[in-house]
Design a protein around this ligand. Structure first.
Ligand SMILES: *Cc1c(COP(=O)(O)O)cnc(C)c1O
Length: 357
């Protein structure tokens, strides 16, 4: 059957019924890509796969949750959705609201959102409010607003978001024909780690002979790592704006996923994130956004610290949560610093001497 989006495919596992109007951009069904060049580079004896969620319609995994959140909002008669966002939730909400023909209001922390994401929210016709506060403060505002006005909150507090996002775990299980041993992923507001854990548990329960439970390995940026430090961070900082969150909404569920699975939640520095980001772009041809590279940075950290048992080669999936084109500024700022762009005259000799062909 032709793929028609994740609600159509997984309706039996999702809170929809035959009265739910399906608002879909054919999200999901993203590729699981073997990272063999990275394996060699890291001299790692096992298997590494990337789940490239940047291939969703608006370029991040947020679309998986948004298709259900917006479909249910419309089913329940809502004429507007609202969210606080570091960028990708806004881009996704704006696109799905456009498809549904309803109003979308997004609140973003001023100056801390990547240009690609902001331009998506604008072109899809959302009302964009730039708030002089950080993400956590902005989220408090939209929670209050949605409690008082007839508008549906589509942040990951919305349980339909988690249900949509869990389908990525189903897809991984189906692609591999079994569960991975470890899953590495970035953690910001912690909705996604909650969703994956839910998805893996449901598949393992439905077919216990076939599927088991992976260890959940979450990574935060060191300047905004509340789950690692054990307390909320008032002024979170990191180059990875999608995980620049100081007080995650799904804190408790992230700890549950970590503890029930026997995994860890650790932190990586911005330098480690940028190195991983460049490494997979150069070795694997995959351009993800900085937040996504936290999963690779975390994997590299674990390999360096000999976290894995050498005698038992393991199967690892790294979630690449968003597309690199969301945030070209990060690359170009570094390219200029690193002198990766050379200026030449419109002259063959000049060009040949610049590239040493
Ligand atoms: C939203 C987002 C995250 C963080 O996901 P949480 O569910 O908030 O933990 C990571 N990477 C990207 C690209 C995102 O858009």
């Amino acid at each position: 059957m032709v793929y028609q989006g994740l609600i159509e495919k997984y309706k039996d596992f999702l809170p929809v019924n035959n009265r739910t109007p399906i608002i879909s951009l054919y999200e999901g069904n993203t590729p699981l890509i073997p990272a063999n060049n990275l394996l060699k580079k890291l001299r790692f004896d096992g298997k590494i796969y990337f789940k490239f969620e940047g291939m969703n319609p608006t370029g991040s995994f947020k679309d998986r949750g948004m298709t259900i959140a917006v479909s249910k909002a419309v089913e329940n008669g809502s004429k507007a959705v609202i969210c606080a966002s570091t960028g990708n939730t806004a881009a996704s909400a704006a696109a799905y609201a456009a498809k549904a023909g309803i109003q979308c209001v997004v609140l973003i922390p001023e100056g801390k959102i990547a240009m690609g994401k902001l331009s998506q929210a604008v072109i899809h016709g959302a009302e964009v409010l730039s708030v002089d506060g950080n993400f956590d403060e902005t989220l408090n505002l939209v929670r209050e607003l949605s409690g008082q006005y007839p508008v549906t909150l589509v942040n990951s507090i919305n349980p339909f978001r988690i249900d949509g996002q869990k389908t990525a775990a189903y897809e991984i299980c189906e692609s591999l024909g079994q569960s991975p041993d470890y899953q590495f992923m970035p953690v910001g507001n912690a909705g996604n780690i909650t969703a994956y854990w839910k998805g893996y548990k449901e598949y393992a329960e439905a077919e216990p002979k076939k599927y088991s439970l992976p260890k959940m390995m979450g990574f935060q940026a060191s300047g905004s790592a509340p789950l690692v430090e054990g307390y909320p961070i008032l002024n979170p900082e990191t180059i990875a704006t999608a995980i620049r969150i100081g007080n995650p909404v799904s804190w408790k569920y992230a700890e549950e996923a970590r503890d029930e699975s026997g995994g860890i939640i650790d932190k990586v520095t911005d330098d480690e994130i940028l190195n991983a980001y460049t490494l997979i772009a150069e070795t694997e041809g995959i351009f993800c956004e900085p937040a996504s590279a936290a999963s690779i940075a975390g994997l590299i950290k674990c390999i360096r610290h000999e976290y894995f048992d050498k005698l038992n080669p393991v199967k690892i999936v790294c979630i690449l949560t968003g597309h690199g084109l969301k945030d070209p500024d990060t690359v170009l700022a570094n390219a200029v610093k690193l002198k990766k762009i050379k200026s030449v005259k419109a002259d063959i000799k000049d060009i040949i001497s610049a590239v040493e062909l």
